[in-house]
Design a protein around this ligand. Structure first.
Ligand SMILES: *[C@@H]1O[C@H](CO)[C@@H](O)[C@H](O)[C@H]1NC(C)=O
Length: 181
């Protein structure tokens, strides 16, 4: 009597189990696989994980397009913050006037970097190939800035950290947009 419906009962149990397994594991698991895959392709795995996961929306992303939007927005806000820091330093009357040409060079480098990230974000859906190019060239402004600092003998860890962050976000966004189109 207890074994009257062995097949339907076990079928029900197995499908229930699969349903719960699927729902408890798959969304977070898929997102972290996406992020991990991208970060393995990037220049620095640990920076990439930490940087992308600084956005609370990252774990829920399901595709490269959504992740590209997150990475480019992080690139925009991060490079804009560095640009503001350089601008304050440039305008500060206490700043050594001999440093100003290099700081001005950095500012124009950062204008380009911020613009490139913004262009890439705007082009993502219509023109992923150009977005991919713009994501890549966003780091040029940071390289330019670091060259200006080096030739003027300026050591400023906030700017050099910013240069590294900008180059890293550029690299991450390049890696992600490589998968589009
Ligand atoms: C830029 O991004 C890096 C990496 O996530 C972070 O450590 C840093 O605090 C950010 N800087 C700003 C100003 O947001």
């Amino acid at each position: 009597m207890a074994m009257a419906h062995p097949i339907p009962v076990s079928f029900f149990l197995v499908t229930t189990l699969l349903f719960f397994l699927n729902h408890s594991l798959s969304p977070a698991h898929a997102a972290s696989e996406l992020v991990e895959g991208v970060c393995h392709e990037s220049q620095s795995y640990s920076f990439c994980i930490q940087a992308l996961e600084s956005d609370p929306k990252t774990p829920a992303t399901k595709d490269y397009m959504d992740l590209a939007v997150i990475a480019l927005k992080l690139g925009i806000s991060n490079s804009t913050a560095t640009r503001s820091y350089i601008s304050r330093l440039y305008k500060n009357p206490k700043t050594d006037p001999r440093k100003k040409p290099a700081l001005k060079g950095c500012l124009s480098g950062y204008d380009e970097a911020v613009e490139s990230f913004k262009s890439a974000l705007g082009e993502l859906k219509e023109d992923p190939l150009t977005a991919n190019y713009d994501a890549k060239v966003a780091s040029d402004g940071a390289v330019l800035c670091s060259d200006f600092l080096a030739s003027a003998g300026i050591k400023d860890s906030s700017i050099s950290d910013g240069n590294r962050f900008t180059s890293s976000f550029s690299n991450i966004a390049f890696v992600i947009t490589n998968h589009l189109g």
